[in-house]
Design a binder for this molecule. Structure first.
Ligand SMILES: [Zn+2]
Length: 371
């Protein structure tokens, strides 16, 4: 399979998410010699439904938006016909009276309250004696994905979904994953009141008092499990482990989830962020639910791709010589254009010029850099 035949990009932040994504491939392709010369990414290639998908993971030990932007930039350069980009993985949920978010649920970035679906919560200005003003603004996910999200939401509302069955099937084909990626017991989904801070090194079950748990009932038969929530995802380079700040941002912006990479992608290439909830972004954060939450997010992403028609690689279409616009709307821009812009943001101005020239010398003829 040529690199030009891949039209869906899928970025994971950590290995657990990468493993979950791979478990949902219908077919895995050979990865040898399909990358640009300077591309350091690790890829898994394969077919998911009718789409050829490129999955990449951030370098071991690296988190955050700069790293995500760099991985995406290289991916778009090596696979120039990518038209849809997904950021799929885990995140910290924000349960509230309005949103009954549980561990293992899925949050999908969706425009809400004037926001675009992703909100950079640590970008803004601090004014003395005043609250922090958030000024970051992210682009919307692409129309083709937003319509697919709406279609799937309607289908789920009427008929429910089969994500649990899909996860079980993926685990049955990958029996080694059963222990780490299966759903933990319902009793380990603990939501503490916001003011109660985790103390010591013991797990919550041993070190935290159940007196401070918020009582919740198991989901009923007619309720989706996992539930899918649509709204604002807060992204930033700060790991959120503070229930008070979490609740403040949720109150002010109706945030449903915290994560650390999406802000590096949204303004560079229109993408959709899908997060399985593995903790509540508080001091009780632990890794017990990470495997299952990653599986839930990947299962939703696969279901979503089923609703998106296969995209024809642009190599089979007439070349668009006038696509030099720097519009972020995804109309007329090649993925190499977006790769160039991602690179500009990732690197300082001087470093960008040097690297861009190297790229131009090494890259395929279709790679263009705007100066
Ligand atoms: Zn605890």
């Amino acid at each position: 399979m040529k690199s030009s035949n891949y039209t869906v990009g899928w970025i994971c932040a950590i290995k657990t998410e990468y493993v979950a994504a791979q478990a949902f491939l219908d077919e895995e392709h050979n990865t040898s010699s399909r990358r640009s010369y300077h591309d350091p990414n690790d890829y898994t290639l394969g077919r998911m439904g009718k789409h050829n998908v490129v999955i990449a993971v951030l370098p071991n030990g690296e988190y955050g938006k700069s790293s995500a932007a760099a991985v995406m930039s290289h991916m778009l350069h090596s696979f120039p016909n990518i038209r849809v980009m997904l950021m799929v993985g885990i995140g910290g949920g924000v349960p509230s009276a309005r949103h009954d978010i549980r561990l293992g649920d899925v949050v999908v970035s969706s425009p809400s309250g004037g926001n675009s679906g992703v909100f950079q919560f640590d970008f803004g200005k601090s004014v003395q004696d005043q609250r922090f003003y958030h000024t970051g603004f992210m682009n919307q996910p692409p129309t083709v994905l937003r319509t697919a999200v709406a279609g799937l939401e309607a289908s789920y509302e009427r008929k429910g979904h089969k994500l649990r069955k899909s996860i079980d099937t993926a685990l049955s084909y990958n029996p080694r994953l059963g222990r780490k990626y299966s759903k933990p017991s319902w009793s380990s989904d603990r939501l503490y009141i916001s003011g109660y801070i985790h103390g010591g090194k013991l797990a919550c079950a041993d070190g935290c008092s159940s007196d401070y748990l918020i009582p919740r009932q198991p989901r009923g038969r007619q309720e989706d499990d996992p539930a899918i929530h649509y709204g604002l995802i807060a992204s930033g380079d700060t790991l959120m482990k503070d229930a008070i700040i979490r609740d403040t941002l949720a109150e002010e912006h109706d945030v449903l989830c915290f994560e650390m990479e999406a802000a590096g992608l949204m303004n560079n290439f229109p993408c959709l962020v899908i997060r399985g909830i593995c903790d509540y972004a508080d001091s009780h954060k632990n890794k017990e639910w990470q495997g299952y939450a990653a599986m839930a997010a990947a299962a939703y992403a696969k279901d979503l791709l089923k609703r998106v028609s296969p995209m024809t690689p642009s190599s089979e279409q007439a070349p668009d010589e006038d696509s030099s616009s720097k519009s972020h709307q995804g109309q007329g821009n090649t993925s190499a254009d977006f790769a160039s812009e991602a690179l500009q943001i990732y690197l300082s101005d001087d470093a960008y010029d040097v690297v861009a020239q190297r790229f131009l010398r090494a890259a395929e003829p279709t790679f263009r850099v705007h100066q």
